[in-house]
Design a protein around this ligand. Structure first.
Ligand code: MN
Length: 463
């Protein structure tokens, strides 16, 4: 194993030892992020502490702002033990205001603002401290997973949750959309424990959906409506309907799957690497609709963004019956809002093109929770892969949420989180930037928006 991986794992081991030692007397809080990676990270720790019969309180945050950190600090009892997962690295300085008796563990993979050696009561476990790229080698749930593993090796049975988290953060950036780096160690644990499969296969989003819907989701220009997909399937003699109505991708036999894939590729509709992906199927998952780890991650994303992180946590922690029922309307509303946002952006001409970026002004049109996923979807489209997309949505009277995304296929090695930070340089504002090289976000005072947009465009032009 690479030396930096070993050093990182030693840090996880020490963190686990310290956690157990401290917890004998301290009340425990788990604070996490509302995205799939954060929800799985919190669930891994929750299940790990449940196994040790250690009680805890859990709270899920949309974001962690300095103001909020100060408030939390005031509300915590003395001698608390607080674990932040999938967040915290960006606000380390703010913990100075907390009572020194509070022990803080930060299990995160976001870029660091401050140095790695910090106050004694803060334990920071972040791959970036070990020169490991936290944007694709390991996620927040991965860090939680390794720490949980050193708490108790039985927690290897939670490896699949860390895979869902990594996929949620789009860390499948290896060949054929495979997980790489330390995530590979987690995949190995999951396979060894018969939790997950890993093979390259023709991959369609959500194989429980009907063929037409699945094919339309591939973003193929020729499939702009149901009729064109119908024609295509007819031409290649794949029946659309079966005994139970419209056939799903799952109902195709191997022969049909191969034929479908090769026709899509031969006709130049889609690149082979977009169709053949590492397939992470959750072997023990009883619910067919979340057997695919990528789909599971998307379901969690919907829960978080629709302000129902509790449902996401319930899905991960296995408290299922009610959660599965409640998931349905959440998904429906979520995709409705995403669809509305995309339509508003594309069909009503709200995508502005600048020399080095695209810009979407979603103020009072797109909700703050929706701007990130909508920008991600647009950035994944063939037409917009040349430049990053910057977007904004209203938070409150004077603040806007900024999102920036780029296509994974963008040749340029730009790191978007750094670009956003540089954008704040001349503004004389506290920059609260979070994220990674391919996806980042920030909060901005609204009156600075147009200066900021121009500045980001300039920075991108220079890089
Ligand atoms: Mn994450």
């Amino acid at each position: 194993m690479k030396e930096e991986y070993q050093q990182f794992l030693v840090a996880c081991k020490n963190a686990a030892a310290n956690l157990i030692k401290i917890n004998a007397t301290f009340p425990l809080f788990i604070f996490s992020h509302f995205d799939p990676d954060g929800l799985t990270a919190a669930s891994i720790l929750g299940l790990a502490f449940k196994r040790e019969k250690i009680p805890f309180q859990m709270k899920i945050f949309k974001r962690l702002e300095i103001k909020q950190v100060n408030l939390i600090g005031k509300s915590l009892p003395k001698n608390s033990l607080v674990i932040f997962c999938d967040l915290g690295s960006g606000v380390i300085d703010a913990f100075k205001t907390w009572h020194s008796s509070v022990r803080i563990f930060i299990l995160d993979h976001h870029s660091l603002v401050s140095k790695c050696d910090i106050a004694d009561n803060i334990h920071l476990i972040n791959p970036h401290c070990f020169s490991i790229d936290g944007s694709n080698m390991i996620s927040g749930s991965g860090v939680s997973y390794f720490v949980a593993n050193y708490l108790n090796p039985l927690n290897k049975n939670l490896a699949h949750l860390a895979i869902i988290g990594a996929l949620g953060d789009r860390q499948d950036q290896g060949e054929n959309s495979s997980l790489i780096g330390l995530n590979r160690n987690i995949v190995k644990d999951a396979i060894d424990n018969q939790l997950c499969t890993d093979f390259v296969s023709v991959w369609f989003y959500d194989r429980t959906r009907d063929l037409i819907t699945s094919l339309k989701r591939l973003n193929i220009e020729e499939f702009d409506n149901d009729i064109s997909v119908h024609h295509f399937l007819e031409e290649i003699s794949i029946p659309i309907s079966g005994k139970f109505g419209r056939r799903t991708v799952m109902e195709l036999n191997e022969e049909e799957k191969k034929k479908l894939a090769s026709e899509l590729i031969v006709r130049g509709y889609i690149a082979p690497e977009a169709l053949y992906k590492h397939d992470y199927q959750l072997v023990n998952e009883q619910e067919i609709q979340i057997q695919d780890a990528r789909v599971f991650a998307n379901r969690l994303n919907a829960c978080g963004r629709m302000n129902r992180p509790d449902i996401g946590i319930a899905l991960c922690m296995g408290d299922r019956n009610q959660a599965i029922v409640e998931l349905k309307p959440i998904l429906k509303e979520y995709s409705k809002r995403i669809g509305e946002g995309i339509r508003w952006t594309l069909h009503e001409g709200n995508l502005e093109e600048l020399s080095a970026l695209y810009f979407i002004d979603g103020r009072n049109k797109i909700e703050e929770n929706m701007i990130g996923p909508i920008t991600s979807i647009l950035a994944s489209m063939e037409e917009y892969k040349q430049k990053p997309i910057l977007s904004c949505a209203q938070i409150d009277e004077n603040r806007v949420k900024i999102s920036i995304r780029k296509s994974h296929h963008l040749e340029n090695e730009i790191e978007l989180d750094k670009i956003l930070r540089r954008g704040f340089d001349n503004l004389n504002l506290d920059s609260e930037v979070g994220g990674h090289s391919a996806a980042a976000g920030a909060i901005l005072i609204e009156k600075e928006l147009s200066t900021f947009k121009t500045r980001i465009n300039e920075i991108l032009l220079e890089s």
